[in-house]
Design a protein around this ligand. Sequence first.
Ligand code: DGL
Length: 276
Amino acid sequence: MFDPAQAPLGVFDSGVGGLTVLAALKRQLPQEDFIYFGDTARVPYGRKPLEMVRDFALEISQELISRGVKGIVVACNTASAASLPELADKLPVPVWGVVEPGVEVALRMPGQGRIGVLGTEGTLKARAYESHLEAAGREVWSKACPLFVPIVEEGISDSQIARLVAEHYLSERPELQTVILGCTHYPALKGMLQELLGPKVQLVDSAEATAAVVAADLKNLGLVSNEPKTAASIHHLVSGDVTSYLHTAKILGGPLGSVERIYLGQAGRQRDTVSG
Ligand code: DGL
């Protein structure tokens, strides 16, 4: 008999950034199978109109549902800001975003100082973080960092170029107590950002917090897989070039598995499976 608890979990992002969330999910839910969708053909989402990102999010979610996922983790701040809660209303499975878990971690940090939010233009335009943080009475400084995403996708997070770009984005910051990495690509730059911001600034990466929320909800919904497995599977769906995806995924230390190239949208659909 079909048991939905044994189905895989769907996870998606515009590119490799969501692998930081997938890694946290894998740590907290080692027995689960995952299908990860990296929309590398259409990355970046951050500068695209929010309605367009909402359509991408719906299209990807429908693809994941057609593959039998039991829930979907929107491992992208821009897509979370653009498409939640509409996505949750439309889809027949539970949906989780990354913004609220990040906000909760930031608000739990000791102190009442100003909170910085680094994110994409779309996430900032939607005021996804600001609205929650200001409602909690906190002062917020936010900065769009559009060049971070291509730098991470290119696999050059640990370079002089990345450092110069980060210095530029942070040059006019006021005093900050906490900085939220409001894009799932940015944890790849965490070490360097911490160095530039100084040891007193607390950095928030929502990956572990999101994974904890997903793990708790799956348990409450009776959807935790209890099938004994020697190795749970991860299947990657990639809309762009597979070789460069694998290259960057390896640099990020993202968990690899099988990789399939997939074309969504007007180009029609073709599939091509390779192992990673
Ligand atoms: N990693 C995504 C986010 O968290 C998307 C970045 C982009 O594609 O611009 O916002």
